[in-house]
Design a protein around this ligand. Structure first.
Ligand code: HEC
Length: 310
């Protein structure tokens, strides 16, 4: 096997044989270096509407594949045709380089190689969806203010409360433009998040519909707080120290449809707490103590439920 220099360097960056994971490897790079300028239209601190630069949004899988003013941003399998990759490769003083000259630190070699490798491998987003109003909204025009029954009764989240959560390093975004429903995730610094930080979410408990706590330092204690989030539909607890006792606090989350318990210590007991959650459609149980027999039984106990054990 002949390896080019860049392939050799890449091997140093990637664990042998592992495919690049968008959510854990590529998204943190985009979130940190690109999304500020390339995200859903939003108001700035002066109340002025800010549109995504170059009409390109990089905050959702659909929008990334939709591209921007100049067309495709990512062409699966072809980094040379993917402007996302081409723009980060430009020399630092080039007028088209991203992030723009003097507007942010250029990506390091490892980061750009990861993005390139992700494109070569087919630009898969795995279970990551991000903001889902981008491409969808443009292609399938959603009826204006399509009544999301879940949003009914939810007032807008107080700005100060959202700001307090952002100060903890979280990315707080509307799940759909103008929706009071929020997605909260830690794209970097997840390891600094403990049960204490989770209590800061309480003032916006009625607004949070998607919550990504993967790789954080939370314990069962945090789940007593999260059990009070009435509009939660999507919860990722991958690689946290939670146990069956904590999962028991989730039985109040009747809107939950996605639950990721991958790489946790939960066992068959946790599944009994989840059976009342009739809207569950996807539960990830890979690298847990759940037995195949219980997983199968659980999958059959709720209509249309998909359970992934491995
Ligand atoms: C400080 C704001 C800012 C940041 C940060 C930023 N961009 Fe941009 N981006 C722009 C502006 C302004 C344009 C439109 C002008 C242009 O095309 O150069 C643009 C355009 C683009 C385009 C072309 C879109 C099209 O179809 O016309 C791509 C691709 C792009 N950016 C990728 C990125 C990537 C990848 C990152 C992160 C590594 C990034 N940008 C970070 C401001 C930014």
């Amino acid at each position: 096997m002949k390896l080019t220099l860049s392939a050799l360097l890449l091997l140093a960056v990637l664990p042998a044989g592992a495919a690049v994971n968008f959510r854990t490897q590529v998204w943190p790079i985009l979130a940190k270096s690109c999304v500020d300028c390339h995200r859903a239209p939003h108001k700035d601190s002066a109340g002025k509407m800010v549109e995504p630069k170059g009409r390109l949004r990089l905050d959702g899988a659909g929008s990334i594949m939709k591209g921007g003013a100049d067309g495709d941003a990512v062409v699966a399998g072809d980094p040379d045709k993917s402007s996302v990759y081409q723009r980060i490769l430009l020399p630092p003083d080039h007028e088209d380089v991203m992030p723009p000259k003097d507007k942010g630190k250029l990506l390091g070699f490892d980061d750009s190689e990861l993005i390139k490798q992700w494109i070569i491998e087919g630009a898969s987003f795995g279970d990551w969806k991000g903001a889902d109003d981008g491409a969808g909204a443009a292609v399938v025009k959603k009826p204006a203010k399509a009544a999301d029954p879940l949003a009914a009764g939810a007032g807008p989240a107080p700005e100060a409360a959202k700001e307090a959560v952002r100060k903890l390093g979280a990315l707080v975004t509307s799940v759909v433009t103008d929706s009071p429903l929020l997605r909260v995730e830690w794209v970097s610094g997840a390891s600094m998040v403990t049960d204490k930080e989770i209590t800061t979410l309480l003032p916006i408990a009625g607004n949070i519909s998607e919550l990504d706590l993967s790789d954080t330092k939370i314990t069962d204690e945090a789940l007593t707080t999260i059990g009070k989030f009435p509009r939660l539909t999507w919860l990722n607890l991958n690689n946290t120290a939670i146990t069956d006792a904590g999962v028991a606090h989730l039985k109040t989350l009747t809107n939950l449809s996605y639950l990721n318990l991958h790489s946790t210590n939960v066992s068959d007991t946790a599944l009994t707490s989840l059976t009342p959650l009739r809207k569950l459609r996807q539960v990830y149980l890979w690298k847990t103590r759940v037995t195949p027999a219980s997983a199968t039984k659980f999958a059959k106990s709720i209509p249309d439920l998909n359970v992934t054990l491995e």
